[in-house]
Design a protein around this ligand. Structure first.
Ligand SMILES: Cc1ncc(COP(=O)(O)O)c(C=O)c1O
Length: 363
C-alpha cells in the first residue's frame, strides 16, 4: 500500500468514488446538524427504503420490521454470528470465500467446516450433493456467499431450493451473503437468485447485504440484515453493544442511493460485465493462465501453472512486476495456487496490469 509504482488490484472495491448525488445527501445531512445517535435498528426512513427496494427488486413482500441497518456487511455478518452461535457450534461454509466470512463465525465460537467449489469444464461449480451431505443434524449455520468472492460463482434457484429443503428439515440457519447480488452478468437479470424469493418471514434465513459494492460506498460502512421479525428483539440490543447505530449522514446517503441510484447500479454492472469479459479473454491468451468462467461479483480468480505458492507469487508480482493481486491462500486452503484480481477499475489500468503480467511470465 502507498507505493505509486504498484497497481493495486487486491482490494474488493471500485476505483471510483461514490456517485455525487449520494455524497451530496450526506453533506446536506451534516449541514442540517444530523450528528446525533439514532435508532439501533436504523432510521425508519432507511428501513422503509430498503423494504421498498427489495420488494421491487425481488418481487416479494419484505416488511421493514424484518430489516436492520448495520454498520457494514462485515458488521452484519458479525451480528448474525453473535445472534446464532454458541461455543463449538458447527458451521458449514462454501469456500474459497472472503476470509472475514469464515473467521467471524469462529470469533463467535463456531467450528467451521468448508465445502469447496470446484472447477468443472472451465466453470466454477457447487458440488451440491457434497454440500447437502455436509449439512448434518446438529449443524447450526450455513454461510453461503453468492455471487462469490473470490471466484464469481453464482448459485441457481434449483440449488437454493435443495439447500433450503435440507436446512428447513434440520433446523439449520442460512446466512446468505448477498453483498454482490446486483453484480450478476446473466443476461436480463437485475439480481442474482435470492433466498428471499423462496422463503417465508419465519424461515431460518438471515440475508446480509451492503451498500459497499453496488453503490461504490465502501468507506461509508453501511449495510443491512433481513431476518425473521422475531430476531429483532435480540438484534437491537446486540447492535447497541456493537456500534449503537450507523451515522445518520451515512443513512441519508444510503437512502438516496436506493431511491435514485438504480441507473448507476446498472451502469456499474454493465461496465463490470464488459471488463470481466475483456480481462478474462486477455488473460486466457497468456501462457499457462487458467481463468474459469463465472457469472458475478467483481473478481477474476486465476491460476498460473508452475506457481503453486500463491503468497510467494503475489509477493514476486509486487516486487518484480509492480502488479498487486491477492493471494488465493487468503481465501482458504482451497484457494491456494490461485490469485484474485479485482477488476472494478479503469480499463487503462487493467491493461497496464495485463502488460506487466505478460512481461513477468515471458521472462
Ligand atoms: C462476500 C463479502 N461479504 C461482505 C463484505 C462486506 O462488505 P462491507 O463490510 O464493506 O459492507 C464483503 C467485502 O468485501 C464481501 O466480499
Amino acid at each position: 500500500m502507498g507505493r505509486a509504482d504498484v497497481l493495486p488490484f487486491w482490494f474488493g472495491e471500485s476505483d471510483r468514488p461514490t456517485p455525487e448525488f449520494i455524497r451530496e445527501a450526506a453533506i446536506a445531512s451534516l449541514r442540517e446538524g444530523e450528528t446525533f445517535y439514532s435508532e439501533n435498528l436504523g432510521r425508519p426512513y432507511l428501513r422503509r427504503a430498503i423494504a421498498a427496494y427489495l420488494a421491487e427488486l425481488h418481487g416479494c413482500e419484505i416488511g421493514a420490521d424484518r430489516i436492520a441497518v448495520t454498520a457494514s456487511g462485515d458488521s452484519a455478518l458479525m451480528l448474525a454470528s453473535q445472534l446464532l452461535l454458541a461455543h463449538r457450534d458447527r458451521v458449514v461454509a462454501v469456500t474459497p470465500l472472503w476470509p472475514n466470512a469464515v473467521e467471524i463465525p469462529k470469533i463467535a465460537g463456531g467450528r467451521v467446516e468448508c465445502v469447496s467449489l470446484e472447477v468443472n469444464q472451465g466453470r466454477w461449480e457447487l458440488p451440491l450433493q457434497r454440500l447437502l451431505d455436509a449439512l448434518t443434524p446438529g449443524t447450526r449455520m450455513l454461510v453461503l456467499n453468492s455471487p462469490n468472492n473470490p471466484t464469481g460463482w453464482t448459485i441457481d434457484h434449483e440449488q437454493q431450493k435443495a439447500i433450503l429443503e435440507t436446512c428447513r428439515r434440520l433446523g439449520i440457519w442460512i446466512i446468505a451473503d448477498d453483498v454482490y447480488e446486483r453484480l450478476t452478468y446473466t443476461d436480463g437479470l437485475r439480481s442474482a437468485p435470492s433466498f428471499l424469493t423462496l422463503t417465508d418471514p419465519g424461515d431460518r434465513l438471515i440475508s446480509v447485504n451492503s451498500f459497499s459494492k453496488a453503490w461504490s460506498m465502501t468507506g461509508w460502512r453501511v449495510g443491512w440484515i433481513v431476518a425473521p421479525p422475531t430476531m429483532m428483539t435480540d438484534l437491537a440490543p446486540l447492535i447497541e453493544y456493537n456500534t449503537s447505530c450507523v451515522p445518520e449522514f451515512s443513512q441519508r446517503g444510503a437512502t438516496v442511493a436506493l431511491e435514485r441510484g438504480e441507473a448507476d447500479v446498472l451502469r456499474l454492472r454493465d461496465n463490470l460485465a464488459a471488463t470481466r469479459h475483456r480481462l478474462a479473454a486477455e488473460l486466457r491468451q497468456l501462457p499457462r493462465v487458467e481463468v474459469p468462467a463465472a457469472d458475478g461479483a467483481m473478481y477474476v480468480f486465476l491460476r498460473i501453472a508452475g506457481y503453486p505458492d500463491s503468497l510467494d507469487l503475489a509477493k514476486r508480482l509486487i516486487a518484480e512486476a509492480g502488479l498487486g493481486l491477492a493471494p488465493g491462500r487468503a481465501f482458504g486452503p482451497d484457494g491456494e495456487g490461485w490469485l484474485r484480481w479485482c477488476y472494478a477499475a479503469d480499463w487503462s489500468r487493467i491493461q497496464l496490469g495485463l502488460e506487466r503480467l505478460a512481461r513477468f511470465l515471458s521472462v
